[in-house]
Ligand binder design. Structure first.
Ligand SMILES: C[S@@+](CC[C@H](N)C(=O)[O-])C[C@H]1O[C@@H](n2cnc3c(N)ncnc32)[C@H](O)[C@@H]1O
Length: 270
C-alpha cells in the first residue's frame, strides 16, 4: 500500500527553524533519556535541523544515530549541526516514515519528535517505526497538542490564530491535536507495552516571550504555513498580517505566559 504524506505544514522557513533549532534532548526528549546508553543504534525520524539528533548522538556514542527527514534541504542544516559539534556517529538520509528503507530489526531506539502530527497516516508511521526496531528496543514519540495550548493574557485574535491553524493543518492532512491521540495510535499500530507521559514547554521570561511571539508572527506571514493558508483560501494576507500583529502585541505584555503541552509514548517492542 502507498501513502501520500502531507506536505510539511510549516516548511523550513527561518522562522520555523528558529523554533526547531532551540530544541534539545533535555527540553524535548526527557521521557526517553533513561532508555539511552552508549552503544545503542538510534533512528531519528523527521529530524528537521537536527539539534535533538545531535544530543542523542552524543548520548549513545559509540553507537550510531541515523537521522531521516522527508525534506532534503533541512538535512544539510542537520549535517552542519553534527559537524559543528564534532560528531562522527551520525548519518543522514531522505526517507518517508510511512515506508522506511531499512530492514526489519535495524535499531534499538526509533524516535520521532513532533512528526506524527504532520504525517498522512500516523498509525502506519508507527507500524513502520516498530518494524525497524529490534525486539527489546523502544519506539518513542512526542507530539504537541494545539487544542490544549494555554496562554494569558487572552486575546480574541490569538483564538483566531489557533482556529485557523487547526483548519490549515487538517486541510493539509495533519492532526494538530496529536498529543492526546498518540496512545490510541500506538494501540492501533499493534503495540501492547506502552508507557504514556505528558511534558510541557513554558515561555514566560522577556526573552522567551519575544522569541515565541516573534517566531509565530513571522511564521504566520512568511513561511510555508502562510502560503498554505492563503492558497487554500483559509485566510487573506491581510488577515495573516493582523494575526502576526496580535502575536507581537501579546508578546510585549510583561505578564504574558504560554504553555505548550505534549503527549509522549514509549512503546516496548516485543
Ligand atoms: C516539527 S518538525 C520536527 C523536527 C525535529 N524532530 C524537531 O523536533 O526539532 C517535523 C519534521 O518532520 C518532517 N516530516 C514530515 N513528514 C514526514 C514524513 N512523512 N516522513 C519523514 N519526515 C517527515 C518534516 O520535514 C519536518 O522536518
Amino acid at each position: 500500500m502507498t501513502h501520500t504524506p502531507a506536505v510539511y505544514t510549516h516548511g523550513h522557513h527561518e522562522s520555523v527553524l528558529r523554533s526547531h533549532s532551540w530544541r534539545t534532548a533535555a527540553n524535548s526528549a526527557a521521557y526517553l533519556l533513561p532508555e539511552l546508553r552508549p552503544g545503542l543504534d538510534v533512528l531519528d525520524v523527521g529530524c528537521g535541523p537536527g539539534t535533538i539528533t545531535a544530543d542523542l548522538a552524543a548520548l549513545v556514542a559509540p553507537g550510531r544515530v541515523t537521522a531521516v527527514d522527508a525534506a532534503e534541504d533541512v538535512l544539510e542544516k542537520a549535517q552542519a549541526v553534527a559537524d559543528e559539534r564534532g560528531l562522527d556517529n551520525v548519518g543522514f538520509a531522505v526517507a518517508d516514515v510511512h515506508a522506511l528503507d531499512f530492514p526489519d530489526d535495524s535499531f534499538d531506539v526509533v524516535h520521532a519528535h513532533q512528526v506524527l502530527q504532520h504525517v498522512g497516516d500516523p498509525v502506519q508511521a508507527l507500524r513502520e517505526m516498530r518494524r525497524v526496531c529490534r525486539p527489546g528496543g523502544v519506539v518513542a514519540a512526542r507530539d504537541s497538542d494545539y487544542g490544549a495550548f494555554a496562554w494569558y493574557p487572552e486575546r480574541p485574535a490569538l483564538d483566531g490564530w489557533l482556529e485557523l491553524y487547526h483548519r490549515v493543518a487538517r486541510a493539509n492532512g495533519g492532526e494538530p491535536d496529536a498529543g492526546r491521540r498518540l496512545f490510541s495510535w500506538a494501540r492501533q499500530a499493534g503495540f501492547t507495552e506502552i508507557t504514556t507521559t505528558a511534558g510541557t514547554w513554558c515561555f514566560a521570561t522577556p526573552e522567551e516571550r519575544e522569541w515565541w511571539s516573534g517566531l509565530w508572527a513571522d511564521r504566520t506571514t512568511a513561511s510555508g504555513y502562510a502560503d498554505l493558508a492563503v492558497d487554500g483560501g483559509h485566510a487573506t494576507a491581510a488577515e495573516l498580517a493582523a494575526i502576526a500583529e496580535a502575536w507581537r502585541e501579546w508578546g510585549g505584555q510583561e505578564d504574558a505566559w504560554f504553555m505548550v503541552p505534549h503527549g509522549e509514548i514509549l512503546c516496548r517492542v516485543s
